[in-house]
Design a protein around this ligand. Structure first.
Ligand code: SF4
Length: 278
């Protein structure tokens, strides 16, 4: 079996930074808490718990003193709530997410109707919506947009696929540009995400099968798997080495590997070691 890894894969700078901030906080304070998982990966969250970093889902009914904001950020109302409760807040929001929040806020201040290309239920998108004002809308289907103002601002969840965002913008441009006074598109897709997607596309034709390693809740891992599958290569999304089925590999000898931005190096190494033993 020949194993080939994507040239860019696994933990991104924003995730590594969030880990470093949380680990330092736990070393200095003992036990600390993150509001929602620091990253969408169960192995990473379990590892953090051993280091004294636990996850809470809500601020209500907790007695924690220190809260860490995860890499994907938090909406303004959560910040307000934490301040009201007198909690110590440690901000591990990725600078790229923070920049996208700032852009959403500026568009809102400039009177734009704001559309965010993304999954409205994702914590990062909830944070962007919070900055974008009451009339902002998040969707991945351009047909859902009804034009209400003469100024339209469009930006993206940082982990979306660039081609999908291009098509989304193209659709809105064709439908609405003639009725608009101004249209502003801000490309907030993160470079680390794009590079991982491009590397997966380059890897696909060189292998018979690709394993995409990452958590089932990780949006960018799912997107990597979708992108690989679209190239026509057999694609399996796995969380850990225990998900590997030996029968997948019988007719296939060239195996490609990629991983989401929240997947720990250890999980990737365990998958490679398991493949080498097969
Ligand atoms: S994927 Fe990009 S935006 Fe998200 S945490 Fe990583 S570096 Fe930051």
């Amino acid at each position: 079996m020949q194993i080939e890894q994507a040239s860019e894969m696994g933990a991104c700078p924003g995730v590594k930074r969030a880990f470093a901030i949380a680990e330092k906080a736990a070393r200095e304070r003992g036990r600390v808490h993150t509001l929602g998982p620091l990253v969408h990966n169960r192995q990473a969250v379990a590892h953090l718990s051993h280091l004294g970093i636990d996850t809470i889902e809500k601020l209500q009914n907790t007695h924690c003193q220190t809260i860490i904001i995860p890499a994907h950020g938090a909406p303004p109302e959560i910040w307000e709530e934490m301040k009201k409760r007198g909690l110590e807040i440690i901000d591990a929001t990725c600078p790229i997410v923070r920049d996208a929040q700032k852009k959403a806020h500026e568009l809102s201040q400039d009177g734009f109707q704001i559309v965010i290309f993304g999954n409205s239920g994702h914590p990062e998108v909830r944070g962007l919506l919070g900055q974008a004002g009451n009339q902002a809308q998040a969707t991945q289907d351009a047909q859902n947009i009804i034009l209400e103002q003469q100024k339209l601002g469009i930006l993206s969840q940082t982990t979306q696929n660039q081609n999908d965002f291009n098509q989304f913008v193209d659709n809105l441009t064709r439908r609405f540009l003639a009725s608009l006074k101004e249209m502003r598109v801000i490309n907030t897709i993160c470079d680390a995400t794009s590079k991982r997607q491009e590397a997966a596309i380059k890897l696909s034709p060189k292998v018979d099968l690709i394993l995409v390693i990452g958590g089932p809740d990780s949006a960018n891992t799912h997107r990597l798997a979708e992108i690989c599958a679209k190239t026509g290569v057999i694609t399996h999304l796995i969380e850990t080495a225990t998900d590997i089925m030996p029968e997948w590999f019988k007719p296939h000898t060239r195996i490609g590997i990629t991983a989401g931005t929240s997947t720990p190096d250890q999980t990737i190494n365990e998958v490679i070691q398991t493949l080498q033993k097969l």
